[in-house]
Design a protein around this ligand. Structure first.
Ligand SMILES: Nc1ncnc2c1ncn2[C@@H]1O[C@H](COP(=O)(O)OP(=O)(O)OP(=O)(O)O)[C@@H](O)[C@H]1O
Length: 295
């Protein structure tokens, strides 16, 4: 038994082999009155698992996600803790100890991120194809033909016509651009994708379509996802387990079904109660591929 399993309820440990272990991670913003945005956060992410991270605005979700991938910027500082990646080949990588170059290689290829509003980070003067190609050239040894083929393949996977490789970002809708960002995150077949409110800026129908796509791709390709949002009903639909954050701490980590059925922490109960849709009978889950509106 690891120290983690001794201290937390049993669903804190994924049902499958772990791909990432975060232990007692504390992140502080060193401003005049320092803010401890993440306090002793511990979680394990299973291979191919969708782990939801819920909590109200300001509870530290984004800070935690950035720190895991060391994308945090000053004044944020990791005060203590560890983040270990368990490679599919069996080796462990201490992410907080990696030098810049191995860290750069690690990002995208093993762990990629999709941010809220990521669609606006596409370069407006370069085609989608050129931007996918840049990432492949920087990280993978492939011929030009192989790169083109891979770019077309990932676009197809996220439901965008590969003919769009020749398009500029402004020629695509918001939903399509966000899909392109998800394609970009999948390009190098990472073992983990962290998605921070990836669909919040989109309308509900497009959001639902993209989420269904993410769940389907996960089923097909078996990458693990940390999915961050304040939208608990949505997390209940797509997640295997859910971690609930309150004021920088993970106060509950349970399977989605268990958390919905009998939330243990008072804050989780309050959070569930604040979504009227959760008090009635839930519609069919996204993962079943059934649209509640149609059923
Ligand atoms: N640059 C900063 N300087 C000081 N404090 C910060 C900074 N960025 C974030 N914080 C504080 O850290 C805490 C956690 O913020 P964070 O953005 O991680 O929360 P969040 O749960 O992701 O919120 P949201 O859902 O609104 O994105 C908040 O109290 C916030 O005020």
């Amino acid at each position: 038994m690891t120290a983690l399993t001794d201290r937390v309820p049993h669903a804190a440990v994924p049902a499958r082999r772990p791909v990432l272990t975060v232990t007692d991670l504390t992140v502080v913003y060193d401003v005049e009155e320092p803010v401890t945005a993440v306090k002793d956060a511990s979680l394990q992410l299973g291979r191919g698992e969708i782990l939801g991270l819920a909590g109200e605005s300001g509870c530290g979700k984004t800070t935690l996600a950035y720190a895991i991938n060391r994308l945090h910027q000053p004044p944020a500082r990791i005060a203590s803790g560890s983040v270990v990646f368990h490679d599919r080949d069996g080796g462990d990588v201490d992410l907080l100890g990696l030098d810049d170059e191995p860290l750069r290689r690690f990002r995208w290829s093993q762990l990629s991120m999709v941010f809220q509003g990521a669609m606006n980070s596409l370069n407006p003067v370069r085609t989608i194809g050129a931007q996918l190609d840049d990432t492949l050239r920087a990280h993978a040894r492939m011929s030009r033909a192989q790169r083109r083929e891979r770019s077309a393949e990932v676009l197809t996977r996220v439901g965008v016509d590969p003919g769009r490789l020749r398009s500029y970002p402004h020629e695509l809708s918001g939903g399509m651009r966000q899909r392109v960002m998800i394609a970009m995150a999948m390009l190098l077949e990472p073992q983990i994708m962290i998605m921070d409110e990836p669909t919040t800026a989109l309308d509900v129908v497009v959001q639902r379509e993209i989420l269904r796509e993410i769940v389907r791709l996960r089923d097909e390709l078996d990458f693990a996802v940390v999915f961050i949002t304040h939208d608990l009903p949505l997390l209940l639909e797509i997640s295997d387990r859910i971690a609930v954050m309150l004021a920088g701490e993970i106060v509950e980590l349970e399977t989605a079904a268990q958390l919905h059925r009998s939330p243990a922490h008072p804050y989780t109960r309050r959070l569930l109660g604040s979504f009227p849709s959760l008090s009635g009978e839930r519609g069919a889950f996204i993962r079943d591929g059934v649209d509640p509106e149609e059923s």
